[in-house]
Design a protein around this ligand. Structure first.
Ligand SMILES: Cc1cc2nc3c(=O)[nH]c(=O)nc-3n(C[C@H](O)[C@H](O)[C@H](O)COP(=O)(O)O)c2cc1C
Length: 205
């Protein structure tokens, strides 16, 4: 984690839509975090196909090995999804289903494209965070197609300001959490990261 002490961020585009507004927002946030000095990557299932998670075969696939390294290296996950029936999209769920131990002690940033604020969707991302011992930003980022994002651009000044706040918070709290995670992994005192110690050390060897 945190090569040269730079916060590592993985953005995830949870839409297969070629003209996805979720993609526009994830890429915008990724660029803004890059300008802040973070090391940023984006996983976009349109560019990198990920089979539907199958526990019998997923862990042996070539893409899993590559993606797992990127997930392990990341300190923060920008999780973008359209609101589908008040739920997260299948591409985002599929990405999340491939991992769990890798998320422990890291920061999730829930981001949703919705006409209805996407509150149930944001809650579902927080539920995944809790199940995987990840932290979640205490607020979500929701945006509306054609109001906040138009013609492939962020079109609302209010939304730009909210993204600016998120970028600042991610940089600040992501860094604090990443440092604490490293400290907990090497600490002799008990913490919720206890269960991850053997896994992380095993992988490091
Ligand atoms: C199958 C499906 C279900 C949807 N359900 C909802 C919904 O429950 N609430 C809502 O506000 N929008 C809903 N939408 C609209 C999408 O959330 C919206 O178009 C979103 O901006 C798409 O994001 P994308 O461009 O990143 O794919 C739905 C769209 C689809 C295709």
């Amino acid at each position: 984690m945190m090569q040269e002490q730079r916060l590592q961020v993985l953005g995830v585009v949870g839409s297969l839509n070629q003209k996805s507004v979720t993609r526009v927002v994830i890429n915008y946030a990724a660029d803004a975090l890059g300008e802040k000095g973070c090391l940023v990557e984006v996983f976009d299932p349109v560019k990198e196909h990920l089979d539907l998670f199958n526990p019998d075969s997923a862990y042996n696939s070539a893409i899993y090995g590559v993606l797992q390294k990127r997930v392990e290296a990341a300190d923060v996950f920008l999780l973008g999804t359209p609101d589908y029936h008040g739920s997260i999209s299948s591409p985002l769920k599929n990405f999340l289903d491939h991992f769990w131990q890798e998320f422990a002690g890291k920061l999730f940033v829930p981001m949703v494209s919705s006409h209805e604020k996407g509150l149930t969707v944001l809650d579902q991302i927080r539920t995944v965070a809790r199940q995987c011992y990840a932290w979640s930003l205490p607020y979500g980022i929701s945006f509306v197609d054609k109001e906040d994002v138009r013609d492939g651009q962020i079109s609302s000044e209010t939304f730009k300001k909210r993204l600016e706040m998120m970028v600042q918070d991610v940089h600040h709290y992501g860094t604090l959490l990443a440092k604490q995670r490293v400290a907990d992994l090497s600490s002799k005192y008990p913490s919720f990261m206890e269960a991850s110690k053997s896994v992380v050390k095993l992988k490091a060897n």
